[in-house]
Design a protein around this ligand. Structure first.
Ligand code: MEV
Length: 329
């Protein structure tokens, strides 16, 4: 009996959130906190999951009703991914899945996309179906859209390719800008944001005033395109200024919160080169760009606000196979 384990990283949006949903580019970095998924074939015709980090123990679903009924939130990405996988690559017999995460789902680091990507990689290895990054992306994006209905797929691309990437949906452009860590500090507001709800709020705003919101997206795109070059050149002072400008445009979209604002201003006051919210807004995390000699000062200041900082390293490696073991039965 073969056991396969794969892992994928979480992510942080650096530039271009919301605009990316409408076909504009964004820049995202993978973080060194990972989700691990282990799979093993089973003789029973069932899909079973153990995910103690998600408080799921012994979830079992007969394969003939896979993907139907009320699926708990904690396993829905895995189950939809397995449905999509079997549609494309039919198999006989069932599967046992277990997951483990380095980070909490509440940070907005993209645990759903990371778990989906790690699972898809583990499945393709277990069944001996090698998938290119683009094929892995198509499978995972489909599964995530089945669950969420919305999303640009930037988080899936980040979990697959890793590093810091320039992305246009749906993986139409994926360009690695750097694989070196960026001088970032991450502050956590302590508030869990609901990405799908905020994406819908922006959509409503866009429907109400198409031209105004499209102009904001165009301005974001200009920033992203400049940031792409400045990140490659490691001109952090310019990247910091661009972050501040991106934040202003996000404020115009109305996705800021008082907690994010407090942390962003505190970081800037304590010598950050730039600071902005990261992701949908409405809570979750903010990021501050620093110089190596001011990183501690910014970190200390943010530790005093909201829920403090989360130590991470950016530009982490993308999805990878961790273990492939043949067990004697
Ligand atoms: C959420 O982290 C980022 C958004 O751009 C949504 C998406 O791209 O799927 C708001």
């Amino acid at each position: 009996m073969k056991t396969v384990q794969a892992s994928a990283p979480g992510k942080l949006m650096l530039f271009g959130e919301h605009a990316v949903v409408y076909g504009h580019p964004c820049i995202v970095t993978a973080v060194d906190q990972r989700v691990y998924v282990t799979v093993q074939k089973s003789e029973n015709a069932t899909f079973s999951v153990d995910a103690p980090d998600l408080k799921v123990e012994s979830y079992v679903k007969p394969l003939n009703i896979l993907g139907t009924g009320d699926i708990p939130k904690s396993v829905v990405f895995l189950e939809r991914c397995y449905v999509r996988f079997l549609e494309k690559y039919p198999q006989t017999g069932g599967i046992q899945v277990s997951t483990k995460s380095d980070f909490s789902a509440k940070f907005g680091f993209g645990s759903s996309s990371a778990v989906t990507v790690a699972f898809a990689k583990a499945l393709s290895t277990l069944y001996g179906i090698p998938l290119e990054n683009k094929q892995l992306f198509a499978l995972c994006y489909q599964a995530v859209l089945d669950v969420q209905g919305v999303g640009s797929g930037f988080d899936i691309a980040s979990a697959i390719w890793g590093g810091t990437i320039y992305y246009v949906k749906p993986a139409k452009i994926v360009e690695i800008l750097t694989e070196k860590p960026l001088p970032l500090v991450v502050g956590y507001t302590g508030i869990k944001a609901d990405t799908a709800t905020i994406v819908k709020q922006v959509e409503m705003k866009k429907n109400a005033d198409e031209e105004h919101v499209e102009n904001i997206f165009q301005d974001i795109e200009k920033l992203v395109d400049i940031a792409r070059k400045e990140i490659e050149q490691e001109r952090w002072d310019i990247v910091g200024t661009l972050m501040n400008e991106n934040e202003e445009l996000l404020e115009k979209l109305g996705v800021n919160t008082p907690e994010l604002d407090l942390m962003i201003h505190s970081a800037r006051k304590h010598a950050a080169l730039g600071a902005k919210l990261s992701g949908a807004g409405g809570g979750d995390c903010m990021i501050a760009l620093t110089q190596s000699n001011t990183k501690k000062k910014v970190d200390d200041a943010l530790m005093q606000t909201c829920a403090g900082t989360i130590p991470i390293t950016t530009s982490a490696p993308g999805v990878r196979l961790e273990k492939e073991v043949e067990l004697r039965t």
